[in-house]
Design a protein around this ligand. Structure first.
Ligand code: SAM
Length: 297
């Protein structure tokens, strides 16, 4: 077994050896605590028949822990300056492939097909770059990549929003978009002190597991998310006011919205934050025939 990268001393040694300086704009906060890393990996239930996707390997602190357990690790790294560093630090791990790519521009289906054809289980494990936490999560979920689980570190505040229940302050369109696809739970709270450099906020590890059964009878997923987003534009306003403002204009708009509320028996003076996902689905399905397609005048 090789010496862990994730100690303050070894990390500084590696950075110095390669003359590397952090880029704040790329969310570069490297983990320097092996206990936290072991904990993250243990929450992902990885075996040698698991394929792992990592986003942002940095100098490889998490990558090496993943490589010791997984069959194969494929890591997306945007910063070309880290490629020679990773070539050096990952040399003991032939099952690691680094792709020099912006994960947001990646063709996930193609990468998974090419890299993980022999792996039934593919999981994502990452200490995410915090400036793009939400777009990364939504990319993996909405593109319906063949990923069973994501175990990901992010700002605690974002993890709280994702796991929030209805009628709480943190509940919103992000909670709904993620919980629509995945079961979400916070596995661990992580203090700032385990990173170099330290981020400004506390972090949390979130485990997202694909729902065994998708929600049935959704007329149109994009429309559902339009309705949920539109319902939270002004949190203090009623559903009625928010939907009046956000649904497309057209003939008899008010009447058609009222009809939809009547059909599903939801009170339009409620606020979006009080509706559960099944209630949003019912409401969106009732609005869909009138507002889901381009409207004729
Ligand atoms: N995994 C390492 C660790 O835990 O120590 C580094 C994590 S650091 C929070 C985030 C990493 O993501 C950095 O290496 C950064 O260069 C990389 N990164 C930032 N934006 C990216 C993007 N769009 N695509 C791929 N990697 C990205």
């Amino acid at each position: 077994m090789y010496k862990d990268i994730a100690t303050p001393m070894r990390t500084k040694e590696i950075l110095q050896k390669h003359g590397f300086s952090f880029k704040k704009s790329l969310g570069q906060n490297f983990l320097v605590d092996s206990n936290v890393l072991q904990n993250i990996v243990s929450h992902a239930n990885i075996t040698d028949s698991t394929g792992v996707i990592e986003v942002g390997p940095g100098i490889g602190a998490l990558t090496e822990h993943l490589a010791r357990k997984a069959g194969k690790v494929v890591a997306f790294e945007i910063d070309g300056r880290l490629l020679p560093v990773l070539e050096d630090t990952m040399s003991p791990y032939p099952n690691v492939t680094v792709l020099h790519q912006d994960v947001l521009k990646a063709d996930l289906h193609q990468v998974i097909e090419e890299q993980f054809a022999d792996y039934e289980d593919v999981v994502v494990v990452a200490n995410l770059p915090y400036y793009i936490t939400t777009p990364i999560i939504m990319k993996f979920l909405m593109e319906k990549a063949r990923v069973k689980q994501l175990v990901i570190m992010m700002q605690k505040e974002v993890a709280d929003r994702i796991t929030a229940e209805p009628s709480t302050k943190a509940y919103g369109s992000l909670s709904i978009a993620v919980q629509y696809y995945m079961d979400a739970e916070v596995s661990m709270i992580v203090p700032k002190t385990v990173f170099i450099p330290q981020p400004n906020v506390e972090s949390a590890v979130l485990r997202l597991t694909r729902k065994e059964e998708a929600y049935p009878d959704v007329a149109d997923e994009d429309f559902l998310f339009n309705v949920t987003q539109g319902s939270f534009v002004h949190r203090r306003k009623t559903l009625w006011n928010n939907l009046q403002a956000s649904l497309p204009e057209g003939k008899e708009k008010k009447e058609l919205i009222q009809q939809a509320f009547d059909t599903v028996g939801i009170d339009p003076v409620r606020r979006g934050e009080t509706l559960s996902i099944p209630e949003f689905i019912e409401l969106a399905n009732a609005l869909y025939p009138s507002f889901g397609k381009p409207r004729s005048e």
